[in-house]
Ligand binder design. Sequence first.
Ligand SMILES: Cc1ncc(COP(=O)(O)O)c(C=O)c1O
Length: 450
Amino acid sequence: MPSRDPGWVRDMHVAHYLQSWSTQGERPLVVAGGKGSWFWDTDGKRYLDFQSQLVNLSLGHQHPAIVAAIKAQADKLCYIGPSMGSDVRSELAALMHEITPGDLTSTFFTTGGAAANETAVRLARHYTGRHKIIARYRSYHGATGGALSLTGDPRHHLTRADMPGVVRMLDPYAYRPPTGHKNPADCPVCQGGPHLEEILMYEDPASVAAVILESVVGTNGLIVPPDGYMRSIRETCDKHGILLICDEVMSGFGRTGKWFACEHWEVTPDILTGAKGINSGYVPLGTMTVSEPIAKWLGSRGFPGGLTYAGHPLACASGVAAIRCMREENTLENATAMGEIMRDELETLAGRHPSIGDIRGLGLFNAIELVKNRDTREPLVPFAAKGEAAAPMRAMMKFAMDAGLYLSYFSNVIRLTPPLNITRDDLMTGLEILDRTLELADLEYSDTGS
Ligand SMILES: Cc1ncc(COP(=O)(O)O)c(C=O)c1O
C-alpha cells in the first residue's frame, strides 16, 4: 500500500471512520510506528506507552517473535474452520490448560473479550438451567448486546433494552466502602459473601446461574478486592450451586504478575474469560476456559455457541508465540518487580502531590485516584464526568502527551499499565513526566474540599 500523507489519514478518519466510545470528528494522532514500550507519530515525536494501548500490548509494540509467528502462519495456512484440527489451535488450547489455575481445562476461542463473556453467560445458563446473572456496577464486560448489559458503568444505558436477568451487586471498593463504613473490614460489600447472600435472599438463589466479576476491576477505577473477598464470593457461589465467572480480559495473562489475577487469592472460577494480553493484541483473540466438570458435561450435550473465526490460526499462532515469550523472557517476574518499583515511586510522588488520594494495584496493573481533599476524599472530578466537568483530567492527559507520555483515565483515576516487559529506565522516565503532570491536579486541591 502506498504510504499516505498524514493530513489525508486524518481527513479520511474524520470523514469515514467511526471511532469507539467517543464523539466523532476529532483529528487523530497519526502513528507511524512503534517498538517496545514506545510509539512515534509521523513527525518522529516519540511517546512512552504507559497504557499499553487498550491494556493489551503486554509485550510492547512489534515484538519480533510474535510478528515472526504471524508471518510464518500466514505463509502456512491463514484460515481453517473451527472443527478442523490445527496445530497452533491445539497448541494454544494445551497452553491455556497449563497456565490457567485449578481444574480449568478446555478453551473456546473468540475474537475478543465481549464475545468471550457473551458465550460464558450463555453457557452458564445452559449448564445450570437458571437464568439470572449477578454482575457489578463498576464493571466493563464488552460492547456486544449481552456483554454491555452485564457492564455496570454508564455505557450500559446505551443498550436501551438490557438483556433480561441481570442483577447488580456493589463493588468491594476499599477506598470508598459503598456502605459508608470507614474500615473495609466492617463493610459487608467489601467482605463479599454477606452482600451476595443478601442479594440472593431477595432474588432466590435457585434462579441465579452465575456471578460474573472482573477479578481486579480495570476500566472502572482499577479496584483490587480486599484479601478474603474472592474466596468469600467463591464459597457463597458454591453453597448455592452458582457458577463463578472471572472476567480476566484486562487483568489476565501476567498483567498482575501472575498468569491470572484470581490466583492472588487462590480462587479458581468455573469459567474464566480472557483476551487482550494473551497475544498482546496483535491479532483479535479472546478465550473462554471452563472447568473439567463443565467440559465433561458439554461432551454429550453440545456446546451452545460458535464463531466463524473461533480459533483463527493467525490469532492462535500469535497467542502461542506470546505465551512462550512470556515464559522465556520472565515477563511475569518483570511485571512483579517493576510494579513494586512503580508503587514505591508513587508513594514518593504522594508526598509531593496532595491530590493523590489513593495508590493501588498489583504487578503492572496500577492506578492513582485523585482527590480535591484527602480528608473528605472528594473526587477530583465526579464519577463518569464528561465535558467541562472532566476538563482537569483531559488537561492532564494533554500535558502528558505533549511531554511524550501516553496515559489514560476514567473518572478521577489515572491508570498506569505499561507493557509488562518495560525497562526500569523507561518506567522512571514515565514517572518523571507523571510527576510534572500531577502539578495540574494539585491546582484543583483545596485544604477543605469544595
Ligand atoms: C474486563 C473487560 N472485559 C471485557 C472487555 C471487552 O473486550 P473486547 O473489547 O475485546 O470485546 C474489556 C475491554 O476493555 C475489558 O476490559
